[in-house]
Design a protein around this ligand. Structure first.
Ligand SMILES: *[C@@H]1O[C@H](CO)[C@@H](O)[C@H](O)[C@H]1NC(C)=O
Ligand SMILES: *[C@@H]1O[C@H](CO)[C@@H](O)[C@H](O)[C@H]1NC(C)=O
Ligand SMILES: *[C@@H]1O[C@H](CO)[C@@H](O)[C@H](O)[C@H]1NC(C)=O
Ligand SMILES: *[C@@H]1O[C@H](CO)[C@@H](O)[C@H](O)[C@H]1NC(C)=O
Length: 348
């Protein structure tokens, strides 16, 4: 019955929009039957991101994420038997870890470059050509795509509390700690604030929000400026997935082009700054939309079909390598990692 409901609710949507790229279902395979027919894939993490280790005890990928056949390890002594060795970019560029060029690289072993940063914050990668065989990052064209969040289809129509009072006290809100006047987002903010009132929170205005207060505060705004600190292909962070989608404010986004958002987010779930001829037009649109309850509420209809999934655990990202291991290309080398990472985006 639920399966039927699932197809009835999801399939027409997929015809309209195509499957969301991040969509994946959990394999319902028993790990013991699995391991008798498949060998384990060994993923070695060379250095924990930000030097913060997590427990790898037990069969982590199965226990936490129901991904079978994955041996996730961080002991460097296992290098000779590792199928994939993962290097997190930050500790490479600041020198906290070095690539093990001194060790003989087993045949077929892949070295993976991993980062969740925007290109601007990855440092100089010019010396990293002809080393890595795969990339692990939020980009859709990475070998392993690890977004900050994604939408998964709801299996049953959960009831939405549509009639809850809107209780909104601000039109537009922005939360910013790291304010730089040269950021594109700062310029757009200034122009927008000249048209409509924008309430600003965060360290910049000395109105910091403790993390517990973040979502409740944003929920009292009609619109939330999900402005990325840097514009990069597919660089869409928790500002959209968490701060906006989970709070109940409509996101106004600034970041990669609208087409990147459309590939991962349902239509009519966000407002892109580039959709307007001027920031002033954007401001007027927001003002009108807030006064039109019916049209405003249409920005939440996607919540009937989709639920937000956030990715916050490095182990989940690493386990994902195993679920895609068999579809990786046999042979691949990033001959110019710097060029791949800084993927040129035409200025719109
Ligand atoms: C695969 O790894 C799991 C978890 O570490 C282990 O329990 C299992 O025995 C391994 N299977 C094989 C075939 O090596
Ligand atoms: C509406 O928001 C105010 C804070 O601005 C809060 O005190 C109040 O409890 C909220 N009311 C409802 C019904 O959520
Ligand atoms: C935003 O607009 C308000 C009201 O016009 C003004 O008082 C405030 O100085 C503006 N903020 C900035 C940073 O320009
Ligand atoms: C990985 O990259 C290295 C270095 O360029 C290369 O020698 C090796 O053949 C590549 N392996 C795979 C599986 O692509």
């Amino acid at each position: 019955k639920y399966l039927l409901l699932f197809f009835l609710s999801v399939f027409p949507l997929c015809l309209l929009n195509g499957w969301p790229t991040g969509f994946q279902s959990l394999p319902a395979i028993n790990p013991s039957t699995f391991s008798s027919t498949h060998r384990n894939v060994t993923i070695l993490l060379w250095y924990w991101p930000f030097n913060r280790p997590f427990s790898l005890r037990g069969d982590v990928c199965w226990d936490l994420y129901r991904i079978p056949g994955c041996r996730l390890v961080d002991q460097r002594s296992l290098f000779p038997s590792a199928d994939v060795v993962v290097f997190h970019n930050r500790e490479l560029v600041i020198g906290h870890q070095k690539l093990p060029f001194d060790l003989p690289r087993p045949q077929g072993q892949r070295w993976a470059w991993m980062s969740l940063e925007a290109p601007l914050y990855n440092g100089n990668l010019r010396n990293y050509g002809h080393i890595f065989n795969m990339t692990i990052t939020y980009r859709r064209d990475a070998d392993i795509t690890v977004p900050y969040g994604e939408l998964l289809p709801k299996v049953t129509e959960e009831h939405l509390q549509e009639d809850s009072p809107l209780n909104k006290t601000s039109l537009v809100c922005w939360v910013v700690s790291n304010y730089r006047s040269q950021h594109k987002r700062s310029q757009v903010y200034k122009q927008l604030n000249a048209t409509v009132p924008v309430k600003v929170y965060g360290r910049w205005t000395k109105r910091p929000l403790p993390s517990k207060a973040l979502l409740p505060t944003i929920s009292r705004c009609y619109f939330y400026l999900a402005f990325e600190n840097s514009v990069g292909k597919d660089y869409i962070t928790e500002k959209l997935w968490r701060n906006a989608y989970l709070s109940g404010a409509v996101p106004v986004v600034l970041g990669p082009p609208l087409s990147d958002y459309k590939a991962v987010a349902p239509p009519n779930s966000l407002i892109h700054v580039d959709e307007f001829a001027s920031v002033k037009d954007l401001g007027k649109y927001l003002q009108q939309l807030a006064m039109d309850k019916k049209r405003y509420n249409e920005y939440f209809t996607w919540k009937h079909q989709w639920k937000v999934k956030l990715y916050t655990d490095w182990r989940e990202r690493l386990c994902k390598i195993c679920s895609q291991y068999n579809s990786l290309p046999q042979q691949k080398v990033y001959s110019d990692l710097e060029a791949w990472v800084s993927h040129f985006i035409p200025n719109t």
